[in-house]
Each structure stands twice: as structure tokens, then as C-alpha cells.
Design a protein around this ligand. Sequence first.
Ligand SMILES: [Zn+2]
Length: 131
Amino acid sequence: MVHTGRCHCKSVRWKVAAPSSVVVWDCNCSNCYMRANAHFIVPADKFELLGDSAEFITTYTYGSHTAKHTFCKICGITSFYYPRSNPDGVAVSFRCVDSGTLRHVEIKHFDGKNWERSYNETNISSCSKEK
Ligand SMILES: [Zn+2]
């Protein structure tokens, strides 16, 4: 099914094809922990920005600079980003999905403080592969 979502000020809007029941990753790495990031991951081609959203997005990187922490220039909300674990995918902040279409969220913990180990143990990289 298709979910729509947005940042707080609605400058960044998107749609994403995903099931109504998703697995959400609650990560404790230095960045995710600070902003209570919790996201589900989809293959990149399942995600599409709407309208002129790209004009309102800016990007922060750190460390390996693999993850692209995108956020809205106006309101500062990260409604989605490109995660280090899935460079071929998009991580969607489940709390930014418009209400009504996500029926069930299963929270799983990703131990971002021990990133390599958690990456191997969770098989998170499979989340951005076509099923
Ligand atoms: Zn915004």
C-alpha cells in the first residue's frame, strides 16, 4: 500500500510504498539517540518525494559520511533519510507518516553503539532488498 508523510511544516512531503504493518528500527547511535529516531526501511525505488520538496531538504553527515541525515531547512524535522546500513534504501520516520495507513508497528532495537555487530546480527541490510 501507499503511505504519505511529511515534515512538521509540510515543506517536505513524500509517498512510500510499504505494508500496513512494518518493522521499525529504534537505533541508539550518537545521532539517532539524540533525536529519538525510529524508522522503517524500504528499497529506494519505493520512496518518492512530492512537489518541490527537494528544495527544502538539507543534509548532515558525520563519521563515515555514509548515512545522509536529511532534514527540513524550515522546521528541522528528519522525516526520512538515507541510512548507513542501507545505502540502497530509504529510512522513513514512522511518526512522520500521515495517520490512518500504518496499522501495526513492530519496534526492533538496533544497537548503533556497536554498529558492526548489530548490522550483522539483525540482517538489517535485507530491509532495502525487494521481497
Ligand atoms: Zn519542515
